[in-house]
Design a protein around this ligand. Sequence first.
Ligand SMILES: [Zn+2]
Length: 278
Amino acid sequence: MKLEEKQLNDRDARLVISDVNPPLINSLRRALIADVPKLAIEDVEFHLGSIGSEDEDKEYESNTPLFDEIIAHRLGMIPIPTDLKLFNYRDECEECGGEGCPNCTIIYSLNKKGPCTVYSGDLNPVGEANLRVVDDLIPLVKLEDDQAILLYATAELGTAKKHAKWQPTSGVGYKYYPVIEIDADICDNCEECVKACPVDILEFKDGKVTVTDIETCTLCKSCVDVCENGVIEVNGLDDKFILRYETDGSLAAEDTLQKSLEILDEKFENFVNMVDEI
Ligand SMILES: [Zn+2]
């Protein structure tokens, strides 16, 4: 298997993978979606009753226009920065036996008084400041005058097999590597294919039709359909693929890929061991 990195930054990845087959690349796609763990808020403890203010002599009602369940759900969907080397699954944590400790949970506090809009950036990690959420401007709820919210939210590791809030990636997909062949000897240079291409990757240059960016080709074959002489052939290679995905920022694209490969490796190893035991 060969891996060519076209783009690999914090949140986006575009990779060309060759010497591989569709089932294997599909396993990688599935691992990227459902097997790579990340942190997400799982428990939320809302303060009930009145909330005092330190700087003004005023009492606020612990009240918002939304049900607590809706706010808890929104909190669950906020991307939490995840270092997979530092955290254990809470239910497997040997330090605390699942009670919750710094090795398996992060606690955030939220304390806002209206009128205002409460954003994800208002969540404060209890303890380590470097665990602040990655996106500050995700709106959670609008508070009116006299309304306030005070809560503690606990994030823990999970995978998307249990809930989509633990899915670090989105838009995970691959396509067959495209190949466009144009027989220049028969081509009458009518340029119909250039006009028909929806992604504009064909151009007429130096007396012939050329391909400008093969990896953008969607294999739609519009060029083949309009070519009256039948000189264009478009095919996808079934041993070379373009894999693309994004992350929500909780994990870097490279770390997500590393982890998914580790997980696949472990699964295949377990399978080999099981076969050996037969
Ligand atoms: Zn623990």
